[in-house]
Design a binder for this molecule. Structure first.
Ligand code: 6PG
Length: 248
């Protein structure tokens, strides 16, 4: 079974369970490989998780100087924009956690989207010594429309197989973004989605047990890839998952 579900009573408990998982995954990576390479998600859901990780008991048990931080996607906005995923992570976590700045790799939202994506692509390849991009953990969210990272429905990036990072125009949001591509996400040792609230219940069920239609539900590119995928949910988001055992 490649999808593991952890259903919590509410979003607060979900964040605490996810913080424990993040901490244990970090410990395992540092013990095994001397570093923890993580890709953070954006949006609103992970902020509570990041705030927990910045404080006790989790913060003291993570070897922050051995952590390397990337992002799964970024909006093409300045780093001080309220829409910036890296800004949210810095305020909630990175301004408190002693990760060396040289080990934090934000996507440059001030560049033209194509240039920002090309630069991030090269940074990733150089970091992984031009071999496979194996993150220890990729954190993801789930959009109401079935997107994850910035893999949005009916966008060309969904079939991108060569690039590790690519620009994408999200027409309905009139917004340019840069995203990790599906092959990079699914190459990760461990992938963790966080989804809370009843607005996610329908799309979650479709992504996990509905017909395979990744053009409409890009999160299926990850959930149905066979990679190890963990889902941190509250009861509302899991509200339509009648039979969890049917999930592959
Ligand atoms: C972004 C995220 C995006 C997010 C989902 C869920 O840049 O917005 O990367 O993929 O994870 O849209 O967002 P919420 O957590 O706000 O529901």
């Amino acid at each position: 079974m490649s999808n593991h579900l952890y259903i919590s009573a509410d979003a607060g408990e979900m964040s605490r369970v996810a913080a424990d998982f993040f901490m244990e995954t970090a410990k395992k990576a540092v013990a095994g490989r001397g570093r923890f390479v993580v890709s953070l998600s954006g949006g609103s859901t992970p902020e509570a998780l990041f705030r927990l990780l910045a404080g006790p008991p989790w913060s003291q048990q993570i070897d922050w100087p051995k952590v390397h931080v990337f992002w799964g996607d970024e909006r093409c906005v300045p780093p001080d924009s309220p829409d910036s995923n890296s800004r949210m992570a810095r305020l909630a976590l990175l301004d408190q956690a002693p990760v060396p700045e040289s080990q934090v790799y934000p996507i440059d939202g001030t560049l033209p989207p194509e240039a920002a994506a090309a630069l991030y692509d090269i940074q990733l390849r150089e970091f992984f010594d031009w071999s496979a991009p194996v993150f220890d953990l990729v954190l993801l969210g789930l959009g109401d429309d079935g997107h994850t990272a910035s893999l949005f429905p009916h966008t060309p990036v969904l079939t991108e197989k060569k690039r590790w990072a690519k620009e994408v125009l999200v027409e309905k949001l009139n917004s340019w973004r840069v995203t990790l591509t599906a092959p990079v996400i699914t190459a990760a040792t461990c992938i963790a989605f966080l989804a809370a609230g009843e607005k996610k219940a329908g799309v979650l069920k479709e992504v996990l047990v509905g017909p395979y239609r990744p053009e409409e539900l890009p999160a299926q590119l990850v959930a149905r890839s066979g990679a190890e995928v963990h889902w941190f949910l509250d009861e509302k988001a899991a509200g339509k998952m009648e039979d969890v055992n049917k999930i592959k």
